[in-house]
Design a protein around this ligand. Structure first.
Ligand code: FAD
Length: 466
């Protein structure tokens, strides 16, 4: 679409011309997300600085029926910040301030484009702790984390973003500026709109301020790396750990194909002993004495499941080295094939071995590499279907494997997305998991917030109509 002629003038008058961009470089930069996959470049990018600015943009675009796509740091993995119909990208990068850290009440008030890792470092300097830790934490923004309900390795023990949001300030597409929740952990007045907005992928409202719950920082952390001959034994170790009632802060699994890819990418063959078919990265945290006892129990459960080696990081440097192998997995997989159909499926923890059997069957029957890694502790595994579009029939086979994977996950009682959201890349699969009645109810909620369907249209729902 091209914008109505007077809309740009209205936006420039509202924000100042320097905050309304229409040059090709800006449009290109705001047309893709973490998957580097675009749909339709925007016609303009606006950079509001206040909630009032956001309100003005939404009112103007509502009147002109022009789509508005909120954007945080653009690291999303499902196309949520990618315009599908052109229109205006609402870049939130000027909202980058930590407004307050309230040590007495264990909370922080932040603007949405504070980078996750920046807040974490800031609170940790004060002996406090903000647990949600997506692997993208050095780049992703807290507003994007809220909109996607981001999670990470620590979700097993500490939960995801939704467990730390106490309140929000948000601007509705109609122009209303609302506050939901508050500054208290307990709050049961009316419907919980805070939780409704979390994970709504920028389709209901634009978040302009976030109140986050903090914890005291655990004084001690032990990191273990357990290696196994195959992924079945690693998955068995996860089941044994849960049965042992161990609650590690992180419990990450990397399969053999992913391990080879990351070793090649980092040019480091010492990440695991030769012959390793899977590894678990396990972190336990808490008081010194309890951490030691729990680490011993964890190591024993791993050996009982058949671990070939369990190594304990002896220094912060060694700990970071172990984690680097996990964090570099996404770029490492790029060398395996030009295209990656990336899924973050979830199954009940006890069914992880069944998920790996399903993936092995799909890999064999479709003749595709399918490396897997992820948050084994909460059953959330990143399944990456690799394909080369230049090889005849490979993309078709990958698409078929993708559908069979998602159908299999739903049949196991799982979920087609644990943290990346639906965006536009997975909208076609929504009906695999949700009933027509539930989808219809969600559409009615969308319409109540956004009667003109201007806010991030074409996301979550499988078609353009809302
Ligand atoms: C290497 C890599 C590793 C990753 N690892 C993880 C992981 O471990 N766990 C995980 O959960 N995710 C992970 N991700 C995905 C991504 O980082 C998260 O989804 C993150 O929360 C997105 O934040 P963002 O600021 O980049 O949001 P964006 O990509 O900019 O936007 C994401 C969605 O949020 C909406 N949005 C953004 N800001 C606002 C706002 N202020 N108000 C309303 N809506 C808004 C957008 O419209 C869009 O729908 C990873 C991505 C990469 C590239």
């Amino acid at each position: 679409m091209s914008l109505p002629p007077d809309l740009l003038t209205t936006l420039e008058a509202a924000l100042g011309p320097e905050f309304v961009l229409t040059d090709d470089v800006a449009l290109e930069a705001h047309s893709v997300d973490g998957l580097r996959r675009g749909a339709r470049p925007p016609d303009a990018v606006v950079r509001p600085g206040t909630a009032e600015d956001v309100r003005r943009v939404l009112m103007a675009c509502s009147a002109a029926r022009v789509p508005v796509v909120p954007r945080g740091a653009g690291t999303g993995y499902s196309g949520g910040a990618v315009p599908t119909r052109g229109g205006v990208v609402l870049a939130m990068d000027r909202f980058d301030r930590i407004v307050e850290i309230d040590e007495e009440n264990l909370l922080a008030v932040v603007q949405p484009n504070v980078i996750t890792g920046v807040l974490q470092a800031e609170v940790e300097r004060r002996g406090l702790f903000y647990p949600p830790d997506p692997a993208s934490l050095d780049r992703s923004a807290l507003g994007g984390n809220v909109a996607e309900c981001a999670g990470g390795p620590r979700a097993f023990k500490y939960g995801t973003t939704r467990h730390y949001v106490l309140g929000l300030e948000a601007v509705l597409p109609t122009g209303d500026i609302i506050r939901t929740g508050g500054r208290t952990v307990k709050n049961v007045v009316g419907y919980d709109l805070t939780q409704l907005l979390i994970g709504s992928e920028g389709t209901l409202a634009v978040v302009t301020e976030i109140v986050l719950r903090l914890l005291p920082k655990p004084p001690s952390v032990v990191t273990l790396r357990a290696t196994f001959a195959n992924v079945g034994e690693a998955a068995d170790a996860v089941t044994r750990l849960v049965r042992e009632r161990a609650v590690p802060a992180a419990l990450e699994l990397v399969d053999g194909v992913s391990l080879d890819a990351v070793a090649a990418h980092l040019e480091d063959r010492s990440l695991a002993p030769a012959g390793t078919g899977a590894l678990l990265l396990i972190e336990v945290d808490g008081m010194d004495a309890s951490v030691d006892e729990e680490a011993t129990r964890v190591a024993r459960a791993c050996f009982d499941a058949g671990a070939t080696d369990v190594q304990r990081a002896q220094s912060e440097e060694e700990r970071q080295r172990l984690w680097r192998a996990r964090r570099e997995l996404s770029p490492a997989l790029k060398a395996l094939a030009p295209a990656k159909l990336n899924h973050d499926v979830v199954v009940p923890k006890g069914l992880i071995p069944r998920l790996f059997t399903l993936v092995a069957d799909l890999s064999a029957s479709h003749g595709l590499l399918i490396p897997c890694f992820g948050h084994a502790g909460d059953g959330n595994i990143h399944v990456n279907i690799m394909a080369d579009p230049d090889q005849p029939g490979q993309m078709e086979r990958a698409r078929l494997a993708e559908r069979h994977l998602l159908e299999g996950v739903v049949a196991l009682g799982g979920s087609i997305s644990g943290e990346h959201g639906i965006g536009f890349t997975k909208a076609q699969f929504l009906g695999l998991q949700l009933s027509p009645e539930v989808i219809a109810l969600m559409r009615r909620i969308k319409r109540a917030f956004d009667p003109c369907d201007i806010l991030n249209p074409g996301k979550i729902f499988p078609d353009a109509e809302v």
